[in-house]
Design a binder for this molecule. Sequence first.
Ligand code: CFM
Ligand code: HCA
Length: 534
Amino acid sequence: PTDIKADMLAKYPPKVARKRASQILINEALGNETPEISANVRTIPGIITMRGCTYAGCKGVILGPTRDIVNITHGPIGCGFYSWLTRRNQTDASAEGAENFMPYCFSTDMQDQDIIFGGEKKLQAAIQEAYDLFHPKAIAIFATCPVGLIGDDIHAVARKMKAKFGDCNVFAFSCEGYKGVSQSAGHHIANNKIFSEVVGENDAEKPGQFKINLLGEYNIGGDGFEIDRILKKCGITNISTFSGNSTYDQFASAHKADLSAVMCHRSINYVADMLETKFGIPWIKVNFIGAKSTAKSLRKIAEYFGDPGLTARVEEVIAEEMPAVEAVISDVLPRTTGKTAMLFVGGSRAHHYQDLFAEMGMKTLAAGYEFAHRDDYEGRHVIPNLKVDADSRNIEEIEVEADEKRYAPRKTSEEMARLEAAGLKFKEYEGLIPDMDHQTLVIDDLNQYEAEKLVEIVKPDIFCAGVKEKFSIQKLGIPMKQLHSYDSGGPYAGFQGAVNFYHEIDRLVNSKVWSYMKAPWQESPELSATYVWE
Ligand code: CFM
Ligand code: HCA
């Protein structure tokens, strides 16, 4: 792999090579010694990054999956259009009287004249129109790049309209695309606002014995439906998902849960921390991607509640679900064992999906995030040493304190200590690097050039990334699976999702169609060498 890194950097000018070298790492993690990677830093101008923008992270990712908030994009129409369900986040609005605004794309459709004369009046008119048409519980406004550049005060407009309506919560997000180096800043902005404007608004008691929040699960391709099916079967009540298949009221009631289970650490750790600080709800890291990981996560939740009935029920569910999973694993294993994968996805899936590939006997040779921070790579113990860069400083920091009336630690400190001593870790995420094999490659903010270079050198059996990478990789003759939208597939979470994934990957890595393609190295002899991975 040392040669691969050198090959990838060879064509860069020295300054670019130096910067990229700090984001390309050969995994030499041993025990607690995790090598340091540079992450959450600006992409070098001119490089074709895989990243998206801050608006995408706020509007598309965090708020996009909530069905009964009218989400208005204040900006040119492309921003609203791009973030309109392209993520394949599903929702279930079949209940009597359920509101669902997700099939609509709301935008102020900013024009040149709004940029010159200001867009506040147009925004106000759009909010009024949405209110008159739908009378929703809440209207959210999202800033795009021009809004910040011309200085429209979206918060003043939101306050004014909220006061005018009286029965509709109107709030705004300063999530201009350029606010941070990636989507990640948008997650943080969204977390802060949802927490300060919505969480805790509904104090009504929620039924259920074992109440959790599922944080960082977005119901892509129906993942959340499968997880909810399993939780329900176990007798665990999901009070609120942030934010797959969610409603305004779920956010408003999140403080009624007794545990937060965090799937995607990157996008939602802020809410997890704030729920603990303000209301006393502890959080644990879970992963429902992979059958074994699903079983492990259910056991962790049961361990937290410490109820023998729940523990027994969780074991029953695992025992009921696993035979179907194991039948498919033993069918595909002879065809998938020893195959190799590369995963370059967002801020958590490049880690989580390694478990699914491992279950199929497949090895992940290279992986990386588009926009995760060092803690997602190296583990949360590095947080105190993280540098606050210029872009992080753009994000409003909110002060959260214990709620005078409603703060209630869910466990005594003795109980927490006992659980920790038994191995249940709270507020902990160990990151991607320690989980990967020695001498594998970890690459932050991979770009178009490096992706093609990697594929040419290593020729993995499958490459997983997003839509921008899809066709360039396929043209190299390598099967490509989108791990954002799942192409047209899914769910891949939970037990049934794992089965879907095994079938899909088996089909992809064993398909004959790719052998009919002529990749560039098959036509140019100088590119035809095969790299031997040690
Ligand atoms: Fe979390 Fe996500 Fe991801 Fe993400 Fe995303 Fe996504 Fe993703 Mo695309 S919240 S970090 S900002 S798991 S949209 S559902 S697939 S990049 S790996
Ligand atoms: C986003 C959304 C995205 C894009 C995926 C892709 C998603 O970042 O705005 O590049 O294919 O999951 O839909 O991450």
